[in-house]
Design a binder for this molecule. Structure first.
Ligand SMILES: [Zn+2]
Length: 257
């Protein structure tokens, strides 16, 4: 009986573990990550990779820079007092807790891949700033604007660096899906995870649009719209332009008249 029982227990725990990984691989990585350094506001963890000791202090400076750019405090009531940054060899694409589903389960955790970590240390990659901005602007009404504001702050805090899928010298391309997704309240398109070219264009065009919206008004006005209820009327009254007209003005779409 015991002989049967032991393998069965092992089997069940293996199944449970696989189920957890399938359901939420972030939780698995976070549970085994080791704390490396911390400040009052950030904690740095490592998973399957070596991380420099003093990193928390430099990320703390980043926290201050992002806070200054967005002009609003970190939402400690919703997200807690500290941001956890997990640097991992087992993360393919850097992301915040639960990725595109973050708003449904908001937690202040960033998973950074080793490429973005090395790029941050070399000051050639601002993906960490992008992810941190997601936490400062975690409540949003438009996925495109969410990615756009994260790239905007990343490019402001670390100019002339790569961010996410785009190099420092990226240029906007007109695309056929601009009206549907850019600055709209459409859900994150599935092509973001299957089509690298789509992904690049989506992030960069969203950045170009957000930059224009902030330049037309202010960061505070932009964030007021971004955190509020989405509507075309409010978009137009806030930014004094129709979304589709601005997309055409910025040459982000191929189907403008
Ligand atoms: Zn993002």
């Amino acid at each position: 009986m015991l002989r049967i029982f032991i393998p069965l227990t092992l089997l069940l725990s293996t199944i449970a573990c696989h189920a957890q990984q399938r359901e939420n691989p972030d939780a698995t990585i976070l549970s085994r990550a080791k704390l490396v350094s911390q400040t009052d506001r950030v904690e740095v963890y490592r998973d399957d990779v070596d991380v420099e000791d003093g990193l928390a202090a430099s990320i703390d400076q980043l926290y201050v820079a992002v806070e200054a750019q967005v002009g609003q405090k970190f939402d400690t009531a919703a997200l807690g007092k500290k941001i956890k940054i997990v640097i991992s060899n087992n993360v393919r694409v850097s992301h915040v807790w639960r990725g595109y589903q973050h708003m449904s389960d908001p937690q202040a955790v960033i998973f950074l891949n080793t490429r973005a970590y090395n790029g941050f240390r070399a000051k050639t990659n601002a993906t960490l700033v992008h992810e941190m901005t997601h936490l400062f602007t975690w409540r949003y009404n438009s996925h495109s604007l969410r990615e756009g504001i994260a790239d905007y702050v990343a490019r402001a805090v670390m100019p002339n660096t790569a961010v996410g899928p785009n190099e420092a010298n990226a240029v906007p391309n007109g695309v056929g899906w601009a009206f549907k997704y850019l600055g709209s309240n459409h859900l994150a398109p599935p092509e973001l995870t299957t089509d690298p070219e789509f992904r690049k264009n989506y992030y960069f065009s969203s950045y170009v649009l957000v930059k224009a919206l902030i330049e037309r008004t202010s960061m505070a006005d932009f964030l007021k719209f971004y955190e509020g209820v989405y509507s075309d009327t409010i978009f137009e009254s806030t930014f004094k332009v129709k979304r589709l007209d601005l997309i055409c003005e910025l040459k982000l779409a191929t189907d403008c008249k």
